[in-house]
Design a protein around this ligand. Structure first.
Ligand SMILES: [Zn+2]
Ligand SMILES: [Zn+2]
Length: 274
């Protein structure tokens, strides 16, 4: 990433996945555009937020959803986001940097719980979520207007930092617009003790979407979604460095952050177990 001799490697981040909700009983056609016939295609979905931490620096990636959205959409909320973050000793009131991968209800649902935060968002995502595409029910469905109103409030409070394409937020931490799933979806590249990792968010809901290059059916632009699989691979040191946005396998492949946090918080900068 840096020209030789110009910089030393940045200090690595610790990287965590925090599981806060799930959706069971899904069929293959819910996970793969046009359906799929392999056995794991009917996977459940897990819902995560992610934390990159280095000394006193903390970056939260996405803010999840709350009880009202869980009820409305038939998802099972395992733990409210403030409680999920408290497992790592973090307080929503004090977090200063939140990267929003995109504005869907399950990624940008609790913005009002973060009064001290600056939100990092792609310009294209803001335009998409508040523009003419929202005239269309199927594109609007994964958004929640209350979240979008909360987003506009943070904008008017001067707490949104817009990014256009690829942008370094701190040494060893950058965002990259890939689009596809939404117009302005961004993935997050993080330097860790085992190299460059990529939080793919909804660029790849499941490992299977990425490995089989078979899109998830919630999609704005299929060509951009397929291109995103390539971009994510290029940004990560290997396929074992890519973290899909909703795959229950993440909690099985990575060790828990501690014994007490088994099934709740996975340590992504540790080597995967399988
Ligand atoms: Zn999404
Ligand atoms: Zn999602």
């Amino acid at each position: 990433m840096f020209p030789p001799g110009m910089h030393t490697d940045p200090e690595p981040f610790e990287l965590y996945a925090l599981r806060y909700a799930r959706h069971r009983g899904r069929q293959a056609a819910h996970n793969y555009l046009g359906g799929a016939d392999f056995h794991e295609a009917a996977s459940d979905l897990d819902y995560y937020v992610w934390v990159a931490r280095r000394g006193s620096e903390t970056y939260l990636v996405d803010t999840g959803f709350g009880e009202a959205a869980a009820r409305e959409r038939g998802r099972e909320l395992l733990m409210p986001i403030p409680q999920a973050l408290a497992q790592l000793g973090l307080s929503t009131a004090r977090i200063e940097h939140v990267i929003i991968t995109h504005l869907h209800y399950d990624h940008a649902g609790t913005l009002a719980s973060f009064p001290a935060a600056t939100f990092h968002l792609q310009e294209a995502e803001a335009a998409y979520a508040t523009g003419p595409c929202m005239c269309h029910g199927p594109l609007r469905h994964p958004f929640d207007v209350e979240n979008i109103v909360d987003y506009v409030r943070t904008l008017y409070q001067g707490r949104v930092r817009f990014h256009r394409g690829a942008s370094e937020i701190a040494p060893g931490l950058s965002v990259h617009r890939v689009g596809g799933h939404t117009a302005g979806l961004q993935v997050v590249r993080v330097w860790t003790r085992r190299g460059w990792m990529v939080l793919a968010s909804d660029a790849a809901h499941l490992y299977g979407n990425l490995l089989r290059q078979h899109p998830f059916p919630v999609v704005y632009h299929v060509g951009d979604m397929l291109d995103a699989y390539r971009v994510v691979r290029e940004l990560a040191d290997s396929e074992q460095h890519i973290v899909p946005g909703h795959d229950p396998l993440v909690m099985r492949r990575y060790p828990a952050a501690s014994e007490a946090l088994a099934g709740k918080v996975a340590r992504l900068d540790a080597m995967p177990l399988e």
